[in-house]
Design a protein around this ligand. Structure first.
Ligand code: FAD
Ligand code: FES
Length: 283
């Protein structure tokens, strides 16, 4: 079992878990993700490695409760853990060689963004961060980003923290004033990454996004995480999840994300008792 050593609720329905996984921590790089399974009947759930510590042999994941399986993970307590934890998966992103980078996070996207921004800072890059959320109580990792950012901006939909409105509005103001960014990294809801990519294309600013495509096996075999990048079909699990935002077919991704909405809603209503789904049990 991969034991949970520490658990912290960092925002409404968002928990941070430190998990004992020395082999994974030893190889983890910014951009990698894991696939976890709580028990033998549970779904395989992809989660970004939000931080890692090789000395401690731990990886940190940040999980938002959106449906049945993420709720199951958020309910785990210190001392409990995962039956399986596979990783590190995916392609790490390159963080060396840049002078100035703008990092844009939306909602839970701040979690996968953090290891990249931290690594850029460690490599001597000037990091400008823009963090967004619907409301101030959903804004995560503000302190962590404050430590590693040269400039930090915030935006909330209701104006409860920082700029009232979207991160893209803050980004546009910045891009109008400063023309020395060499890279933008945007991670958040698919629609946010689409709008950021459209905006940065106007300024010819190289842009990396990280796709949270539906995944099943995480090994490039099932095709579940297909994405069209430029003229090519790629698999987010092995070729990504980070891609050139100017080449991703976001409309196709937005359509694919809706594919299982009805089934997800049905399963969300299920209870799990002793780790077992109770949804399809006959009276
Ligand atoms: C590379 C990658 C990294 C991710 N990192 C994180 C992370 O750090 N923290 C976090 O909270 N979430 C992360 N996710 C999303 C997370 O995997 C889903 O929120 C989770 O699978 C939802 O399962 P559920 O049963 O709770 O929700 P469901 O009710 O099944 O679905 C709710 C929504 O979650 C998404 N989703 C469902 N199943 C999957 C799946 N197998 N693969 C991908 N997305 C799915 C869909 O958009 C769906 O609409 C990541 C996804 C990917 C692909
Ligand atoms: S998750 Fe199966 S091919 Fe990527």
């Amino acid at each position: 079992m991969y034991r949970i050593l520490d658990k912290e609720v960092i925002a409404v329905k968002i928990v941070k878990l430190k998990v004992e996984a020395p082999e994974v921590a030893a190889k983890a790089k910014p951009g990698h993700f894991l696939i976890v399974r709580v028990n033998e009947k549970a779904e395989r759930i992809p989660l970004t490695i939000a931080d890692y510590n090789q000395q401690e042999g731990t990886v940190t994941i940040i999980v938002q409760e959106v449906g049945f399986s993420s709720r199951q993970i958020c309910n785990l307590e210190v001392g409990e853990g995962f039956l399986d934890l596979v990783g590190p998966l995916g392609e790490p992103i390159k963080t060396e060689g840049y002078n100035k980078v703008v990092c844009i996070g939306g909602g839970l996207g701040n979690a996968p963004l953090y290891p990249k921004a931290k690594s850029l800072k460690e490599d001597g890059t000037e990091v400008v961060s823009i963090l967004g959320a619907q409301t101030a109580d959903k804004l995560i990792l503000e302190e962590e980003f404050d430590e590693i950012s040269d400039e930090l901006y915030m935006a909330t939909d209701d104006g409860s923290k920082g700029h009232e409105g979207f991160v893209t509005e803050v980004l546009e103001d910045l891009l109008k004033q400063e023309d020395d960014f060499e890279l933008a990294i945007a991670i958040g809801p698919m629609i946010m990454m689409k709008v950021v990519s459209e905006l940065t294309a106007k300024y010819s600013l190289e842009t990396i996004v990280s796709l949270n495509s539906l995944m099943v096996d995480g090994t490039g075999m099932c095709g579940g995480c297909r994405v069209t990048v430029g003229e090519e079909t790629k698999f987010a699990c092995v070729d990504g999840p980070a891609f050139d935002g100017h080449l991703v077919d976001f409309d196709e991704q937005l359509r694919r994300q809706q594919f299982y909405t009805d089934q997800e809603e049905e399963v969300k209503q299920c209870q799990h008792v002793g780790g077992e789904h109770q949804c399809h049990k006959k009276e």
